[in-house]
Design a protein around this ligand. Structure first.
Ligand SMILES: Nc1ncnc2c1ncn2[C@@H]1O[C@H](COP(=O)(O)OP(=O)(O)OP(=O)(O)O)[C@@H](O)[C@H]1O
Ligand SMILES: [Mg+2]
Length: 506
């Protein structure tokens, strides 16, 4: 089950890329130590590991984004000296980073062709640029003329992936490419990858989703605490449980909420007559302690309703009534209002609405709570520290202390900070949009467990998710959205993966 770490007896030409004893140190911290591995030409090679294991660091070195502290990278058996992104792209190695890299003031089409602009006599051939871009963007739902800054998170991510796909690159590295994609986008991406693979393109593919790894990868390598911890050259023979075990070094116990029926309980919140830009929901009740899943195709209303409830999207009408005896009110008109009435929200766009990179983990966690405490009294410095420490520990954030800047954390650990910040506000209604996106298989169980425990204190929770497995394991009731409204609800034993994926009629 282990990958030969060096070429061994294989013909040298079999491997497009090799790294030997690669290391990276940040200040005093070792992010990567003595990693040696070889990637076979024309394969899709999965790179796995827990949050903070060193995956992004490794591909950052390979793509020339950062310089290794030690070790050598070989491309087609030629050792690369000091390199940078431009040189690596010229050599045919493209990296699609974990967070979309987009130049906001350029158009979508220009972003797509960035650095790979077709040239004629040294000039940019704008006509060809636009024509090529239009062809690439056809069917993706992205308007090439649009300013990239105006695109949503999913479109920005797609743009980055498309750029790599059309680059003519020989080695394409995708760092959690599917984290914001829909099932349909994902399928398109995988079809695309298979086509390019047949033409001899090699992929390095990072993902926390076992089903994706099993679906698309030929071989995998696993990192743990910055070192190579194993791998497989025969992914097809592995089960999902075996894959988790490879990653964690131990068996994984999947969390499953004990579903309850809340149907006869007095609602904690009554939402009525919500009419927004693309939602129309006559009535929705949330009971104290209930966890409700919102799911459906993009644009069907799940995400849209959540954003209306939190005051992020203005509505034409809609009321909310809390069970505390207070009067029926209009829906909040701003997140500030929503927050003041005890509603907390985790956005799916970590880059835009998420953590503040330069600030410490602790400051980020207590950030929203400071405003909440300011309402009722004050928060002493000690209480603030205690609060951030509590959630730092509870979320299992991988960092030397809560004092370090969020910028220095791995992607999944940044997501944990965002989640910790929302939980620390101790809301009455908690809305989580894709809460475990980018989070590793082990921590995902912890997150679902924390939400479960929180619900037992009487908080009503909404989880917006396209991850059917997550919905199945975390909620009491699912609202399935179609055409802007709740088309169906499933409760208790009706909630199954197959039914949510539409494989089984409900
Ligand atoms: N600029 C930096 N300064 C200090 N430490 C860093 C920096 N960048 C990364 N690290 C550390 O290097 C380690 C590996 O991080 P990396 O981003 O490679 O993890 P990852 O495997 O990609 O995780 P994830 O699944 O969460 O994306 C982490 O402990 C991280 O905190
Ligand atoms: Mg990463």
């Amino acid at each position: 089950m282990t990958v030969p770490m060096t070429a061994g007896s294989q013909a040298a030409g079999d491997y497009v890329l090799k790294v030997e004893k690669l290391g990276k140190v940040y200040g005093g911290a070792i992010a990567l130590r003595d990693v040696s591995l070889a990637i076979r030409r024309g394969t899709i090679h999965g790179l796995l590991g827990e949050n903070g294991a060193g995956k992004s660091t490794l591909v950052g070195l390979i793509s020339g984004q950062r310089q290794p502290s030690s070790g050598t990278i070989y491309l087609n058996d030629v050792p690369l000296a000091h390199s940078d992104v431009q040189k690596m792209e010229e050599a045919g190695v493209f990296l699609v980073t974990q967070e979309p890299m987009i130049i906001d003031h350029l158009s979508a089409a220009e972003n797509l062709m960035l650095g790979i602009w077709p040239r004629r006599f040294g000039f940019v051939n704008w006509r060809k640029l636009r024509a090529d871009a239009a062809r690439m963007l056809a069917g993706t739902g992205i308007d090439g003329a649009m300013r990239a800054g105006a695109l949503d998170a999913v479109a920005r991510r797609k743009l980055n992936i498309l750029r790599a796909m059309f680059s003519g690159g020989k080695v394409i590295i995708l760092d959690e490419p599917t984290a914001a994609l829909t099932v349909e986008d994902r399928k398109q991406l995988f079809d695309f990858m298979r086509r390019l693979k047949a033409d001899g393109v090699t992929f390095i593919f990072i993902s926390h989703y076992n089903d994706e790894i099993l679906d698309i990868c030929d071989a995998v390598s696993v990192l743990r605490d910055g070192a190579l911890a194993g791998g497989s050259e025969d992914v097809g023979s592995l089960t999902s449980a075996q894959l988790s075990e490879l990653v964690l070094g131990r068996g994984l116990v999947l969390f499953q909420r004990e579903r309850r029926s809340f149907a006869t309980d007095t609602p904690a919140v009554e939402l009525r007559d919500i009419v927004g830009p693309s939602v129309r929901v006559p009535a929705l009740d949330l009971r104290p302690g209930e966890v409700v899943g919102f799911t459906g195709l993009p644009g069907a209303g799940a995400k849209e309703l959540a954003r209306c409830i939190f005051g992020l999207t203005p509505v034409e009408s809609g009321t909310i009534r809390f069970a505390d005896g207070s009067a029926t009110q209009d829906l909040p008109t701003s997140p500030r209002d929503a927050f003041a009435s005890g509603i907390a929200f985790l956005s799916d766009d970590r880059r835009r609405d998420g953590a503040i990179g330069q600030m410490s983990i602790g400051a980020n966690i207590s950030l929203s709570s400071l405003t909440s405490v300011a309402r009722s009294g004050f928060l002493s410095k000690e209480a603030e520290l205690a609060l951030s420490q509590r959630y730092f520990d509870a979320m299992g954030i991988k960092a030397p202390s809560a004092e370090v800047a969020v910028d220095t954390l791995s992607g999944g650990n940044q997501q944990k900070v965002c989640l910790g910040r929302v939980l620390a506000t101790e809301p009455r209604v908690l809305i989580l949009d894709e809460p475990t996106r980018g989070i590793d298989v082990g921590v995902k169980q912890d997150v679902l467990r924390i939400v479960d425990e929180l619900s037992r204190t009487g908080v009503a929770v909404i989880i917006v998710s396209t991850d059917t497995d997550e919905i199945t394991r975390a909620v009491d009731r699912v609202c399935i959205f179609e055409n802007g409204t709740i088309a169906r609800e499933l409760t208790g034993s009706e909630i199954t993966n197959d039914r949510l994926r539409g494989l089984e009629p409900s």
